[in-house]
Design a protein around this ligand. Structure first.
Ligand SMILES: *[C@@H]1O[C@H](CO)[C@@H](O)[C@H](O)[C@H]1NC(C)=O
Ligand SMILES: *[C@@H]1O[C@H](CO)[C@@H](O)[C@H](O)[C@H]1NC(C)=O
Ligand SMILES: *[C@@H]1O[C@H](CO)[C@@H](O)[C@H](O)[C@H]1NC(C)=O
Length: 502
């Protein structure tokens, strides 16, 4: 008996000692920890604490480790947070061989297990957004406007003139954004199919749910669990059913007429199809990419739009100057990309709302592809995820005078200064402005998104009055990194009488 106890005891002791040794030798140990202890076992509580108090921890880290790095605990790993302009510039400049944006995203959503690696190994849909979608914007935008005009009328049902209706902002904006965006992604009539739109909206939630499951599963079990539980894969299979008739038709037309045929559509689905055919990719892969594009577009744009509606409803003094700007431009230029480019106040309000709220406390996610040393001397071992602080950057007085005041037209005024015409427009990123990231991997969809959001806001501001029921803007919700607008709160809308121009 005694011998057995000794064996068990010795075994346990060896286990504990080797665990501690491994922990002591972890190079991440030299990076300071915020939000709890980095001792083995205790880091679990640090991860719980971070999930609840990420905003305070990241704000504190910004002050204590300005232009430097610290780490916070995730359920399954450490995350290095780099703060300040010097670090944003550092990550922006690092070549892909050092730090990879796509590998960072792939790892956060655990795509390897829940989606498969193809779309990340060969991300041609990203190039399509970067090049084709942005280049065809002048032609695409009027279609998008046509769709959002119908969608707004449908989802913000105005009763008799003068009567207010209550609208739950977030789900309403999700549907309007999904429909308007899919006019450019999959075209008519699928962009009006409620089942497909619901799927496109829910795909984001499926990916996030899968990710949350995966973060809690030990590495060895991940492939197995991913195979059985992925909700994202279920969504892709269902999307493939919606796309099948369209893809079959395209295949038949191509067999008859080659690469080009009469009335060949000029939308995202067609571009993805063209690439997939060259690569001999299956329908599943086309569906996956259509959903990934929706994943990138819907949640981000509808969240941003919900924020700006609450922001303006709480500060109605912005509405008249916006109408004074929009009306003459629409009268002379119509609902075109050129018109959107002239609306500086409108652009400024959207940019300020993103600065003020944001959709993520962090930005510029990267994964170290080899051991690297950052410019502050921090050693980052291969495989580590690094992000930069976004929220405190946007509230830093050295970056923005009166940073803690919402000033809707601040960027329009800045643009009026000599030589500053484009620097402060919504789509322009900098070390002080990172909602779209910064540098080579800045969000390639931001030109499409900015134009869509501007058209949507211009249309609503021209055609509706809106206000908060009790005048107080309901607060944002912070969970983990994510910043959400009030998800189930309402705004009152009323159709305006004088909408000659719309
Ligand atoms: C932080 O970095 C920026 C950009 O490199 C630099 O201008 C600034 O002086 C640095 N501030 C501190 C306190 O280190
Ligand atoms: C926010 O950033 C974190 C870390 O950078 C990332 O894991 C998360 O997926 C991001 N969330 C959204 C909604 O983009
Ligand atoms: C952002 O502003 C700078 C300075 O005006 C300019 O050089 C750059 O091209 C702009 N980038 C974009 C994407 O507008």
């Amino acid at each position: 008996m005694e011998d057995q106890a000794t064996v068990v005891f010795t075994g346990l002791a060896i286990l504990v000692v080797s665990y501690i040794l491994r922990w002591r030798m972890d190079p991440l140990n030299s990076i300071p920890t915020l939000g709890g202890s980095s001792l083995p076992g205790l880091s679990y509580f640090a991860a719980l604490n971070f999930m609840r108090n990420a905003k305070d921890i990241i704000d504190e880290g910004y002050i204590r480790f300005y232009n430097r790095t610290y780490k916070v605990a995730m359920p399954d790993k450490w995350l290095v947070i780099a703060s300040g302009p010097k670090m944003i510039d550092e990550l922006r400049r690092r070549p892909d061989e050092d730090v990879s944006f796509l590998a960072g995203v792939e790892e956060t959503i655990q795509a390897k297990y829940t989606l498969g690696e193809d779309a990340f190994a060969d991300p041609y849909h990203v190039d399509i957004i970067k090049e084709k979608l942005t280049r065809t914007l002048p032609a695409v935008l009027p279609e998008v406007v046509d769709e959002l005009r119908l969608a707004v009328q449908e989802y913000i049902p105005a009763k008799d003139e003068g009567e207010w209706v209550k609208v739950t902002v977030m789900p309403t904006m999700q549907h309007i954004v999904a429909r308007a965006s899919n006019r450019a992604f999959v075209g008519l009539p699928l962009c009006r199919n409620e089942g497909f739109l619901e799927l496109a909206i829910m795909f984001t939630r499926a990916v996030v749910k899968d990710r949350n499951v995966m973060a809690r599963v030990p590495r060895l079990l991940k492939p197995l669990v991913g195979f059985f539980v992925s909700q994202a894969k279920t969504s892709i299979r269902r999307a493939a059913q919606y796309l099948k008739p369209l893809v079959d038709e395209k295949t038949a037309l191509m067999e008859q007429a080659g690469d080009d045929w009469e009335d060949k559509p000029n939308d995202m689905l067609q571009w993805i199809f063209d690439e997939a055919i060259h690569r001999k990719d299956p329908l599943w892969s086309v569906a996956e990419r259509v959903l990934l594009v929706n994943f990138a577009a819907i949640h981000t744009s509808s969240t941003s739009f919900t924020h700006v509606i609450f922001d303006l409803a709480a500060r109605p003094e912005h509405l008249q100057p916006l109408r004074d700007e929009i009306e003459p431009i629409i009268a002379s230029d119509g609902w075109t990309k050129a018109a959107m480019g002239k609306m500086w106040k409108l652009d400024s309000v959207l940019r300020e709302s993103q600065r003020w709220n944001g959709i993520n406390l962090t930005s510029l996610i990267r994964k170290a592809m080899r051991d690297i040393t950052l410019n502050d001397g921090t050693f980052i071992p291969k495989g580590t995820i690094i992000v930069t602080a976004q929220h405190p950057t946007h509230r830093d007085e050295t970056n923005y005078p009166d940073a803690n005041v919402f000033d809707g037209f601040r960027f329009a005024r800045m643009r009026e200064q000599e030589g500053e015409g484009t620097k402060h427009q919504f789509v322009n990123t900098s070390i002080e402005y990172v909602p779209f990231g910064h540098g080579k991997h800045a969000c390639p969809g931001r030109f499409f998104a900015a134009n869509e959001l501007k058209a949507m806001l211009a249309y609503i501001v021209l055609n509706y009055d809106f206000k908060l029921e009790d005048g107080v803007r309901p607060p944002n919700v912070y969970t983990g990194f994510t910043i959400l607008p009030p998800m189930d709160k309402q705004v009152m809308f009323r159709k305006r009488e004088l909408s000659k121009s719309a």
